[in-house]
Ligand binder design. Sequence first.
Ligand code: LLP
Length: 406
Amino acid sequence: MLYKNNKLLIDKISVDKIIKKFGTPVYCYSYDQLKKNIVKFKNNFNKFNPIICFSVKANNNSRILRELSNLHLGADVVSKGELILALNSKINPKKIVFSGVGKTFEEIEFAAKKKILLINVESESEIETIKKVAKKNKKSIDIGIRLNPNVDAKTIRQITTGKYSNKFGLIEKDTIKLIKKYKSSKYLSIKCLSVHIGSQITSHVPYLNMLKSIQKIIDKTKFNFEYVDLGGGMGINYGENRRNLDYKKYSKQIEKFIEKNKVKIIFEPGRSIIGNAGYLLSKIIYIKKTTKINFIILDTGMNDLIRPALYKAFHKIIPTKRKFGRIFKKHEFVGPICETTDKFLSTKYYQKLNEGDNVVICDVGAYGKVLSSNYNLRNNADEIIIKNSKVFKIGENNTLKKLINR
Ligand code: LLP
């Protein structure tokens, strides 16, 4: 994204022109950025060629998933819905892992019939359910055991998953117990030890601690895992603090780990693949100036992007027409929803803006559209993609019609 003659371009296309054609609010994805992210991700770990299972929960647009499948990515899914979508998008079932604490008998049976790579189990009750499915269908099922390594991921409290206070995975003692109990089961084949300690992680240190916990399990059980699934969580730079995950250090740690353990590594990245490839384009409906604050009222709200309201997440907002000079007054970018938390960003100053101007909310490719709702009975934003210098719609949004007529 850059300015040319003070007009904002995404992949060399004028954002104002895109808006003229597709309206606002609209989620706009850059195929080039998506591809760049994947190439970079692969390069970071090229010493051991991991299986990369894109975490579908981050973005489930079927066109995007098809592009990812063409770029040879697998999928990490957490429901039957995501699994069907991944399969329909031609993602290789042998590159699909199924995570989640509450998989039902029906979901497990469906996944087993589709012959996916692994079901990552998170409790003994779930293992028993998987056993029942396998017995019923007279076919053994490949599983991973998800360890909760009790590691502080040093990220936003709401998105940490690898502490004992979190519902995810099995604590060390239970992991060991279950490996011993089920290692020669007729109906289960333990193939993998998996972890996922949280999201938006920007330090390699939690990952180092995570690897130590995994090593402990391997040492204590002496079990030969074929795979170790390290989950996702790699943070991106949203621009508020410029800290970046040191991939070199993380990769080095893993290289050392596999020298010792000879396993195939699986990753489940979401945000690092799609986060910075998505933009939310919006128009300023009104500017309400009070003595202390300029409220910039956008035509998109927390129903389209809930991250700021839910996690106080920071997303840059950039005007499509650059003007020099700043107005030193508090600016609050808000949406039209009747909730005080319907607020995107507060700044101490901003360039001059006018009603009717367009802005871009950045880095919304992951956990943007997927978390949207129809709150206040608003339609969801459409989605478009820029690929090979063309812009086109991906997916249709007619939920509002359905809701009004229900
Ligand atoms: N694997 C598992 C088992 C997960 O639970 C998640 C994310 C991922 C992989 C992908 O993590 P990533 O690479 O995207 O960090 N809605 C929150 C993020 C929730 C993450 C949930 N799990 C947000 O908007 O920040």
